[in-house]
Design a protein around this ligand. Structure first.
Ligand code: TXA
Ligand code: MG
Length: 422
């Protein structure tokens, strides 16, 4: 992996991957029904476990080193640093090749930690700061989990300004993954962490994906297996009126709309105009993208991506073949990712293509929104690994998990096929 174009101040000679078992981590939650169970949790691991040692080592690195640490969350792997330390946070941007105006999400392990982010620098230690009430129903229902809320930045926030970039708010999330939670608790730090991929590539859902992208750019990767959700958190802004979803993700629009105060939530469109692509479900919003990250090209494998919207026909073998060339090799590899309607190509079709020097790399992403979300980024990466020149992808309806899936796919797509184009 070449690192010639980054000017990373630390010489990193090796990248260590430590296997951990998330189910080794046990939490003690608050039993008081008047407070949230994750008000101030503690965790334990069996003393002999590699998991416990790895979490403590990673927490120590977060506290003492400026080199960020990669760790699993339930959505995607994160690249974490102490959110209060400038140099460590700056290194996240350098390692990923991330634009400086794209703010980072801060991960916390307790509500107590979340409230600390609201504390102005000169406030008395006895004073407490409350999370805006609009978020209470969301926090009660979805934390810990794949939901990021925007909190107002206090005067002289102790966070590094690189975390929030040009914003007056900070995105905060309590992850559900035991390792991510334990890391925030063990380090007692707010952890700034974007997805642990090279900027622009699909987010990593396994430690292997992280290792491929960030080899010798990080020193430590905690390997907790595959991410269960597979797509990033939903980013919501309850400070504006009406409240808005800035990035669709692991918690759906429909789930958010069920919460008190969020019935009229709008979905911001990435390119700044009109409806969100939420179809009948997404309320219109004409404003510019509010999550700065949404304006950048994202999630793209290197190969071409042809996305077929629902109600378009499955491409014929002739159509597939017509998109396969443009590569230098004599045999072109072509990807097909199916979801709900497309049929697996039969032996005769595969043979027809092979006779014309086209090899197929085919995969079903599944039919449920959850399964498609979980498999999507890994399947996009596989296409590059297998040397595919173009992948044809069967899109899904934009309801429930489909809104986030199609948001990522539309960003990855070089061509979007609508009914009239076929
Ligand atoms: O699931 C996730 O959210 C993962 C895991 C690691 O937690 N993290 C993640 O981070 O996806 P990242 O940096 O890849 O995406 C963060 C998104 C970007 O679109 C960014 O612009 C937006 O959140 N964001 C962060 N802070 C913001 C703020 N203060 N205002 C508006 N948007 C913000
Ligand atoms: Mg990302």
């Amino acid at each position: 992996m070449s690192s010639s174009r980054i000017t990373f101040p630390h010489r990193i000679t090796k990248t260590e991957v430590l296997s951990i078992n998330p189910s080794d981590v046990k939490f003690e939650l608050s039993a008081d029904p008047s407070v949230h169970p994750y008000e101030d949790p503690t965790f334990t691991t069996s003393s002999s476990s590699q998991t416990g040692k790895a979490i403590l080592l990673a927490a120590e690195r977060l506290r003492s080193s400026d080199v960020p640490v990669a760790f699993p969350t339930e959505t995607v792997y994160g690249l974490g640093a102490d959110a209060t330390r400038d140099e460590a946070v700056r290194n996240i941007f350098t390692i990923k090749g991330r634009p400086a105006d794209n703010p980072l999400i801060v991960h916390i392990g307790s509500l107590k930690q979340a409230r600390e982010l609201l504390r102005p620098a000169n406030a008395s230690p006895t004073e407490t700061f409350e999370i805006p009430a609009i978020y209470k129903p969301l926090i009660d229902k979805f934390w810990p989990g794949p939901l990021t809320i925007l909190l107002p930045l206090p005067p002289n926030s102790k966070l590094s300004p690189h975390v929030y970039a040009t914003q007056t708010t900070v995105g905060v999330r309590m992850p559900a993954h035991p390792v991510a939670l334990a890391l925030a608790l063990a380090s007692n730090l707010p952890i700034a962490a974007p997805s642990a991929n090279k900027s622009g590539l699909p987010s990593p859902t396994t430690a292997k994906h992280v290792a491929v992208d960030l080899y010798k750019r990080v020193e430590l990767i905690l390997d907790g297996g595959s991410c269960i959700v597979g797509l990033e958190s939903t980013v919501v802004d309850g400070l504006s009126s009406p409240p808005a979803i800035l990035r669709p993700g692991g918690v759906s629009l429909e789930q958010i709309r069920e919460c008190e105060g969020w019935e009229g939530v709008i979905v911001h469109k990435e390119d700044g105009g009109g409806n969100s692509g939420g179809g009948a479900n997404g309320a219109a919003s004409g404003a510019a993208p509010r999550a700065p990250g949404m304006k950048y090209k994202h999630y793209s494998p290197t190969c071409g991506v042809r996305l077929y919207l629902p109600n378009t026909d499955q491409p014929s073998v002739e159509m597939l073949k017509s998109t396969a060339f443009g590569s230098d090799s004599r045999v072109a590899r072509l990807g097909v990712l199916r979801t709900r309607q497309w049929k697996e190509l039969d032996d005769k079709q595969v043979e027809w293509l092979r006779e014309r020097n086209v090899e197929l790399v085919e995969e079903s992403l599944g039919t449920s929104g959850e399964e498609i979300s979980r498999k999507l980024f890994g399947a996009l990466r596989r296409m590059d690994d297998e040397g595919v020149v173009v992948v044809h992808i069967e899109g899904i309806e934009e309801d429930m998990e489909g809104l986030a899936v199609m948001n990522r796919l539309k960003k990855a797509a070089s061509v979007v096929i609508r009914r009239r184009d076929v």
